[in-house]
Write a protein that binds this ligand. Structure first.
Ligand SMILES: Cc1ncc(COP(=O)(O)O)c(C=O)c1O
Length: 457
């Protein structure tokens, strides 16, 4: 559909609807609102992580079961947030509950390996073809390890990342995560913009940014800085500005550019792992990096991360020259959950169900056409997003063109109609789960249709 055929969304109407939907939410969230005031006394903003507070107020969750969650006001939602995609297996899955209960009774921490870590590593090796694995507790730790390994292995200082990607909250990659148009600099030579105050002085100078889906730009950066570049880290699908798929051949070319310059190539599969395919993006696009970082869905809701690699990629850990460490690494409880999660829950068959659910959610595309919305849709297995742009988002800078009031209203609209989605600013994105029913998936589409009707008058 061409731009001229779409309707113009009336932003004044959108603003009016945001007010109405916020007021309707407040009525349903009487206890949440008073709890937030109480919580603010000891938890800054009333939350445990700054991004848990999204306007108009944090959603305080009481419990989850299967495809559903309940807030502390006892409103029930179909969960399309799924804890940023961690819960693709659904909440309180009986097999995970059983595994955790069994392990709790046997002791939960020794800072020594237990017998569950090996089957988890074996399963990861089968999914990815990467033979060696170490565990940690979060995506932040996994990408921190990736960066350290790349620098240690090559003896070089610089890291290339994609502009507009988040890889966790350690200094090394908290650069140009969501840079503003004013700060970002020219597309050909983006500035390295610190994402947070308090970073180690000089950190930003060790990170070079390039636009996603532009292998020529990566080649230019290597031409300019090649002998100093340790490696490149990339989310093979950008998942923190909608769902941005890689162009055909892009990932392979990046790998070749890195290797031609003696640099390493690392994937951040913290979000794509276990959600976009059984073998994550490595399987989906058929390009194997030197290192891969996993977290989120790996632990089935317990804090877990992993760094994996080829023999060359993990050489310094294999030789003992580089210590990859952590008190809770390979924690018995986490490994027990991960083992059952990978071997009995997120099996190959589970991905067939994700595709079926995806087919239903794709009903949103018909809604976009019917109402001539200035929007487009992308999905891959459990992940999907609607971009409020006729041309799908292809790289971070495309986001600047989007008026974030429309996706904000879309989020509130779904919330008030029994669908809990990840809060986000300029995009609508979601993660489905293997336990969703057809009706659960259809609810998203029905709400999207009533939303389309409302904003097009
Ligand atoms: C792509 C990506 N990498 C890394 C991280 C960091 O993971 P964690 O929050 O577990 O530290 C995130 C978190 O959302 C992420 O989206």
């Amino acid at each position: 559909m061409s731009q001229t055929e779409t309707v113009d969304v009336d932003i004044l109407l959108v603003e009016k609807l945001i007010k109405e939907e916020t007021a309707a939410l407040d009525v349903k969230h009487a206890r949440s609102l008073s709890y937030r005031e109480e919580a603010k006394g000891h938890l800054p903003g009333g939350v445990s992580s700054s991004w848990q507070s999204w306007p108009p107020h944090p959603i305080y969750v009481d419990r989850g079961k299967g495809s559903r969650v309940w807030d502390i006001d006892q409103n029930e939602y179909v969960d399309f947030h799924n804890g940023y995609g961690v819960m693709v297996m659904g909440h309180a899955h009986p097999k995970i509950v059983e595994a955790v209960q069994k392990r709790v009774a046997l002791g939960t921490h020794f800072a020594q390996p237990t017998e569950d870590a090996l089957p988890v590593a074996e399963n990861l090796a089968e999914r990815t073809g990467m033979p060696y694995w170490r565990f940690g507790n979060s995506g932040t730790e996994a990408t921190l390890d990736a960066v350290r390994i790349m620098r240690a292995t090559t003896g070089r200082p610089l890291i290339v990342k994609i502009e507009g990607t988040y890889h966790g909250h350690h200094d090394a990659l908290m650069v140009s995560v969501f840079p503003s148009k004013e700060d970002a600099g020219p597309r050909e030579h983006p500035n390295s913009v610190p994402q947070t105050p308090g970073m180690i002085p000089g950190t930003v100078d060790s990170v070079l940014n390039v636009p996603f889906n532009d292998a020529d730009a990566a080649e230019r950066v290597f031409a300019e800085h090649g002998p100093k570049i340790a490696g490149m880290i990339i989310e093979p699908i950008m998942t923190n500005c909608g769902v941005v798929l890689p162009d055909p051949g892009y990932l392979q070319r990046l790998k070749e550019i890195c290797h031609a310059n003696g640099a390493m190539f690392a994937y951040d599969e913290v979000k794509t792992g276990f959600t976009v395919a059984w073998g994550g993006a490595i399987e989906a696009f058929g390009v194997q990096p030197d290192l891969v970082a996993y977290a989120k869905a790996l632990g089935a809701g317990l804090p877990c991360g992993a760094i994996g690699g080829t023999e060359e990629g993990m050489a310094m850990i294999l030789s003992g020259e580089l210590d990859q460490v952590g008190t809770f690494n390979g924690n018995p409880l986490t490994m027990a959950a991960a083992r059952v999660n990978l071997t009995e829950v997120l099996t190959k068959d589970a991905y067939t169900r994700l595709d079926e659910i995806n087919t239903i959610v794709h009903g949103c595309e018909a809604v976009i056409d019917k109402y001539r919305l200035p929007a487009s849709m992308k999905t891959i297995a459990a992940k999907g997003s609607i971009d409020w742009r006729v041309e799908p988002i292809h790289e971070y800078r495309d986001l600047w063109e989007i008026d974030d009031r429309i996706p904000q209203l879309a989020w509130l609209w779904q919330l008030n109609r029994g669908v809990f989605k990840s809060p986000g600013s300029k995009w609508e994105s979601w993660t489905t789960s293997i336990v969703m029913s057809d009706d659960d998936a259809q609810r998203y589409v029905d709400n999207f249709e009533s939303f389309a009707e409302a904003i097009t008058g």
